[in-house]
Each structure stands twice: as structure tokens, then as C-alpha cells.
Design a protein around this ligand. Structure first.
Ligand code: 6PG
Length: 471
């Protein structure tokens, strides 16, 4: 009898997801060209698991029951196309290929069309939660063909994380919606990580907290309204000792952050379809700036005249930084979710925002108790264009905004970089200003380029022969 599922790619993520599927009672065959990985797969399996490792693609395909359900867990980009090229000729009508990597949504659109022309289903499915998540319960964001999704649904619900006994997986919409939602998840992930790093800097260089004290602060934050995966792991990072020196590992890590592209895509997309997500943008560009290590060292010597004044009341400062971080995080989610709203219209995804925040409550990297509040907001109004417009959310924002202002002001006046916090505040201030000074920009555009403008007091499009007074 054939296996119910197939997994292509037995790297850490693929193998862990495969074990998770097997743990939940589904039979699954794993394929990898690397014979060592195939052997390892079976060696580490438990006796209850119905699994098989195979290193011939033909044997793998014929080991699967019909319609085949094949999950790809290979690096995004060319590797996915390479797999599809050798895999699709071996498949039969109605078979389903599910790409569980961080693929670019446009690539998924192309692959959906390509496989559809061969009578095959192709689905993009975001999976978040890292190695542990994949093994014990990730947040899963599938999209695309609804019939194909229905066939996978019981398995996905079984293997995903659970919050209040509800599975952290749901149908994310048509076409490549699954990849799109995961991309935005990662954009928000970038923003929150940037903000946490700024809070760390403020507490470390501003309030002069050491790693043990930072651990305590993050522990406390994580036990309250700021409870989230990223705060939790940050807490633990402050306690990690270094195996090569006597100090803490964090203090030995080079301040250059890498990126694999999903954050950049989120920003590019936002520009492309006209959505303002500055805190995500700044998080992407901050990683880029971090790479200029040598230049930064030179510049720091040239401009070494900055002095940091410690805050007077450390306890109050910690509270303020915490509230600022909380609110800036909320604003980052607001930006990412607003991008999903627009993308849903623009690309016809029909993304259910309520389900997005619901399945982000567990398993994924950006899981946090804050998402529960968003879930309530979308339950009341599934078409909310921006989470900041929700009444209950506005109460939280009003409570915290002065802390964000004070923290941003402290950072600015002491020269502690705080691009994320400043941008979150700037976005909030602009978003909540009824009359922006952009009337002047329109006047300038019309002045030098006859780009025309609209008026506040009457309909129509206007152009003026602006008078130069410099004669
Ligand atoms: C997740 C993560 C995962 C991965 C990111 C990291 O949700 O499990 O987002 O997908 O860790 O790709 O992205 P960068 O390497 O670009 O930071």
C-alpha cells in the first residue's frame, strides 16, 4: 500500500516536518538525492512512524498513493524549479505539489500556471516556527486550489501548533496567498526583531543594564502583556554563556545581521502596491547598514563627541522602554496587516485577515498574546483596513503613546540609534494627522512640473502658473 504523503528535501526543516506528520499517524515517504540524509531519516525515526526514505525520484513517486500529495521543503528559487522539472513528468493528473519553503509569490503564480497546464495542482504554503516548530507544531499558511487544500486540511490541522485547542492553520486565500502571507509574516518578524534590538541598546547603553539585569527585564516583560516568542528567546539569549570565553555569548557576536530576502520582498511589495510600512522598511535597511562595519567604526571615531546621559529613574525608564517596544511592535503588525488588506484586493487573494491573526497566535516566530487582541478586532470587523482604527486597540495605543514619544526622544537626544522606534512613532503621527503638509508638495510639483493638484474646497484638477518672485 502506498504512502499518503511525500516530502522532497530532507534538510532539517523537511525532516522535522516529515517526523511531525508521521507522529500524527500519517504515512510519509521522504526523498533526497543525498543518500546520507535518507539513511539518517530512518535511523532517527521511532518504530511507530510509517515512513520510508528513498533516494530515487522514480521509486519515491511510485511509493505514493493517488492522488499524490508531495511537499517540497527545498530552498526558495532555482532549487524549487529544478525539483519541479524532474518531478512533474513522473506525476499523474490530479496530483498535488505543495511548496512549503519561503518562495516568492510571483514564482508560485508561475508554477501554479505551469503545473495546471499539466493537470497538476501546485500550492504555496508558508510554514513558520523554525526547526522546533516544524517538528512539534508550526503555524501553517496554505493557499491556492481550495479542493487540493481540503485534501490536506486534516493533516495540516493535526501537525500544526494549537492555541485553545484550535489549529494554527487555515486557508489563506487564492493563488499564491499562502506565500504572500508568510512573506509579510517575515516582514513583521524583521520589524519586531529590530525594535527589540533597539530596546536592548537603550537598556544597555542608556540604563547601563548588564546581561543578568536584561534577562530579568525580559523575563518580566514575557510574563505579562508582552508575552511573545521573540521576547522569550531574547530573555534566554541574555543568559547564554560562551563556550570559548568566560563571558556571555551575546557579547562576542559580531554586529552584522544577515537576511535571506523575505523582508526585502515585503518592502518591495509595499512600494509596488502603494502601502506604507516604514517600520518594516527600516528593519530591512538597518540590516543592510549593519553590514558596513568598517565604515561605522571609522565614522564613530570621526563623530565621537556623543555622550549618553543615563536616565534618572532606571525603573521608570525600563517601564517606558517596555511600553514603547510594545506599542512600536503593535504598529509594525498594523503596517504588515494593512499590506495584506491591500494585496488581497490588488491580487484577488481574498485573504481572511481574521484567520491570519488567528493562526499567528501559535507556532510562528511572531506569535504573541497581542494577536489575541487583533483576533477580537477582526472578529468584530473582518474588513478593518488598519488595526489602529479599532476602538479597543486605540485604548491600548493611547495608554502607551507617551512612552513611545519619551523613549524616542531619549534615544534621539542621546544619539542612540532607534530607527525602528522613531519610524513607528512617525508612522503613527502621520497616520493620525488629518491634514498633512503634503499640500505644499503638491504645490511644488505643480510649480516645477505642472503636475496639477486637487483642492479642498471644490472638485476637479487644477494647474496654476506659479509666479516666481525672484526677479
Ligand atoms: C519562520 C522564519 C523562517 C526563517 C526566515 C529568516 O517563520 O520560521 O521566518 O522562515 O528563519 O527566513 O529570515 P532571514 O534569514 O531573512 O532573517
Amino acid at each position: 500500500e502506498g504512502y499518503s504523503y511525500g516530502m522532497v528535501g530532507l534538510g532539517v526543516m523537511g525532516r522535522n516536518l516529515l517526523y511531525n506528520i508521521a507522529d500524527n499517524g500519517f504515512s510519509i515517504a521522504g526523498f533526497d538525492l543525498d543518500v546520507a540524509k535518507v539513511k539518517e531519516l530512518e535511523a532517527e525515526a521511532t518504530s511507530e512512524m510509517k515512513i520510508k526514505g528513498i533516494s530515487s525520484l522514480e521509486d519515491f513517486v511510485s511509493a505514493l498513493e493517488s492522488p499524490r500529495k508531495i511537499i517540497l521543503m527545498v530552498p526558495a528559487g532555482k532549487p524549487v524549479d529544478a525539483v519541479l522539472e524532474s518531478l512533474t513528468p513522473l506525476l499523474s493528473k490530479g496530483d498535488i505539489v505543495i511548496d512549503a519553503g519561503n518562495s516568492y509569490f510571483e514564482d508560485t503564480n508561475r508554477r501554479i500556471a505551469d503545473l495546471a497546464s499539466k493537470n497538476l495542482h501546485f500550492m504555496g504554503m508558508g510554514v513558520s516556527g523554525g526547526e522546533k516548530g516544524a517538528r512539534f507544531g508550526p503555524s501553517i499558511m496554505p493557499g491556492g486550489d481550495l479542493e487540493a487544500f481540503r485534501l490536506l486540511q486534516p493533516m495540516l490541522e493535526a501537525i500544526s501548533a494549537k492555541v485553545d485547542n484550535e489549529a494554527c492553520t487555515a486557508y489563506m486565500g487564492k493563488g499564491s496567498a499562502g506565500n504572500y502571507v508568510k512573506m509579510v509574516h517575515n516582514g513583521i518578524e524583521y520589524a519586531i526583531m529590530q525594535l527589540i534590538s533597539e530596546a536592548y541598546d537603550l537598556l544597555k547603553r542608556g540604563a547601563k543594564l548588564n546581561n543578568d539585569e536584561l534577562y530579568q527585564v525580559f523575563k518580566e516583560w514575557n510574563s505579562g502583556e508582552m508575552n511573545s516568542f521573540l521576547i522569550e528567546i531574547t530573555r534566554d539569549i541574555f543568559q547564554q554563556k560562551d563556550s570559548l570565553t568566560d563571558g556571555y555569548l551575546l557579547d562576542q557576536i559580531l554586529d552584522k545581521a544577515g537576511a535571506k530576502g523575505t523582508g526585502k520582498w515585503t518592502s518591495e511589495q509595499a512600494m509596488e502596491i502603494g502601502v506604507s510600512i516604514p517600520t518594516i522598511d527600516i528593519a530591512v535597511t538597518s540590516r543592510i547598514l549593519s553590514a558596513y562595519k568598517e565604515e561605522r567604526v571609522c565614522a564613530s571615531k570621526l563623530y565621537s563627541d556623543r555622550e549618553i546621559t543615563n536616565p534618572e529613574d532606571t525603573k521608570a525608564f525600563i517601564k517606558e522602554v517596555g511600553d514603547a517596544l510594545y506599542l512600536a511592535t503593535l504598529i509594525s503588525y498594523a503596517q504588515g496587516l494593512a499590506l495584506l488588506v491591500k494585496a488581497s484586493e490588488e491580487y484577488g487573494f481574498e485573504i481572511p485577515l481574521k484567520d491570519v491573526v488567528k493562526i499567528w497566535r501559535g507556532g510562528c516566530i511572531i506569535r504573541s498574546v497581542l494577536l489575541e487582541k487583533f483576533y477580537l478586532a477582526y472578529t468584530q470587523d473582518p474588513h478593518l483596513s488598519n488595526i489602529l482604527l479599532d476602538k479597543d486597540i486605540s485604548v491600548i495605543v493611547k495608554e502607551k503613546i507617551s512612552s513611545l514619544r519619551k523613549t524616542a526622544a531619549y534615544a534621539a537626544s542621546n544619539g542612540i540609534p532607534s530607527l525602528g522606534l522613531q519610524t513607528a512613532l512617525g508612522y503613527f503621527d502621520a497616520y493620525t494627522t488629518a491634514s498633512l503638509p503634503v499640500n505644499l508638495i503638491q504645490a511644488q510639483r505643480d510649480y516645477f512640473g505642472a503636475h496639477t493638484y486637487q483642492r479642498t474646497d471644490r472638485e476637479g484638477v487644477f494647474h496654476t502658473s506659479w509666479q516666481s518672485l525672484n526677479q
